[in-house]
Design a protein around this ligand. Structure first.
Ligand code: NAD
Length: 381
């Protein structure tokens, strides 16, 4: 059996979830190379996960010609995703790139072109798809058990302190690409589009109410229109919690994550009474569905490795990554221009490129201070 050789590019916060994911697999793959501009980051990752003898480089170009590398995990700041993915794809490597796919649609298209021309796989991280509750929700919606979806509400209600934006690449359109809409709500937006498809239009309002060392938004509210349905996406960095919630109000029931099922029927006067039979039926169906053995990064990495080994499409494709970036670019356009934006976003649109985005998007504050590394590298997922 061919063992897939893996390289991890960028050894910061999220790289640990990738290393754990590869290590949780059996003989299918082996981490052979690490890359980071800071040797001490490679060293500490190596020590923490007992990675043994592997190649460590400070410049990823040194890995492009290596024959023992088949698959690369890109765990770099967003502004580097496009160039590094394209270089590895052109060098004949499969790529799993962290979210967001890239800060702009133009870069997503360059990445997809390189994917097609190379014949290699490009997958984008969206680990929250790989959770039992998300899969159950998908089965309920797609199986028609809920009837038509009438209203969807998803949110990423997080709290981040001021120091969060001191890290050099965060808090600028140039390096991070955007704020909580692009970098946090991207998870919920990907799942929403995966379940319901792309909306016809979006109206967004954004602000930065609490993070003065950042150009980008820390608050973002969006309304999406679909035929016969509305959806709402909220993202915040000022809610004292770390919630990621989903609600789908449908013809037959409202279902949500954290998991809840509620169904109503009407009384003669049109007011509601609980429909317990319907709730029981939906819960019975959900209980017949398997629990995922692995979740999040470990599950997505397993999917990607199996996709490469069996030459099939991964669960999260580059088109999926692009869809999320397209909707988010439209959100930034809407918030900047204060009107609703019709999708798709064409290549002539000023918000298609990162340069256009940087020229037009609102800068809430000027980033004044920047540190190369934050003391505590631990992150929450
Ligand atoms: N899927 C998730 O839930 C999740 C969570 C956190 C971060 N992320 C994403 O992962 C990516 C990285 O985020 P992070 O929190 O790990 O950031 P980080 O700053 O902790 O790690 C990035 C690493 O890349 C290294 N680096 C920077 N430029 C480099 C270069 N040119 N060559 C080699 N190494 C370089 C840095 O030194 C750093 O160690 C971002 O795109 C972020 O949005 C995803």
């Amino acid at each position: 059996m061919h063992i897939l050789g893996v390289a991890v590019i960028g050894c910061g916060g999220i790289s640990k979830a990738h290393v754990e994911g590869y290590q949780a697999l059996g003989q299918e793959c082996e981490i052979r190379c690490l890359c980071d501009i800071y040797p001490q980051k490679m060293e500490s990752l190596k020590q923490q996960y007992m990675l043994g003898n592997l190649v460590e480089v400070e410049d990823y170009h040194q890995l492009l010609d290596r024959k023992d590398i088949d698959l690369v995990s890109i765990c770099l700041p967003p502004s580097l995703h496009c160039q590094v993915s394209v270089d590895f794809l052109r060098a004949g490597k499969h790529v799993l790139c962290e979210k967001p796919m890239a800060p702009s649609l133009a870069e997503c298209d360059i990445m997809m072109k390189a994917e097609i021309e190379s014949g290699k796989m490009l997958s984008i991280v969206s680990q929250n798809r790989f959770k039992t509750d998300t899969m159950r929700m998908k089965a309920l919606i797609e199986g028609g058990k809920l009837g038509k979806v009438l209203l969807a509400r998803v949110n990423s209600m997080w709290w981040r302190g001021s120091k969060y934006y001191d890290l050099w690449w965060r808090g600028t359109y140039e390096k991070e690409g955007g704020g909580c809409t692009l970098n946090h709500a991207v998870h919920q937006i990907d799942i929403l589009v995966w379940l319901l498809g792309m909306p016809q239009s979006v109206y967004s309002v954004m602000s930065n109410v609490a993070h003065t060392n950042s150009e980008v938004e820390d608050l973002s509210l969006s309304i999406l229109t679909y035929p016969g349905m509305l959806a709402q996406v909220d993202a915040a960095l000022v809610d004292h919690d770390e919630k990621q919630e989903f609600f789908f109000a449908c013809e037959k029931a409202t279902v949500g994550i954290p998991w809840m099922v509620k169904a109503c029927k009407q009384r003669p006067n049109g007011f509601l009474e609980p429909n317990l039979e319907q709730e029981r039926e939906l819960n019975r169906f959900v209980e017949t569905l398997p629990m995922l053995e692995k979740e999040r990064h470990a599950a997505q990495i397993e999917d990607v490795v199996q996709a490469v080994l069996s030459d099939r499409t991964p669960c999260v494709t580059s088109k999926d990554g692009r869809n999320a970036v397209e909707l988010i670019s439209a959100m930034y356009k809407s918030a900047t221009c204060t009107h609703s934006v019709i999708l798709p976003l064409e290549s002539e649109d000023p918000f298609y490129t990162q340069e256009g985005m940087m020229r037009h998007a609102v800068r809430y504050y000027k980033k004044q201070q920047s540190v190369d590394n934050l003391e505590d590298a631990g992150i929450t997922l």
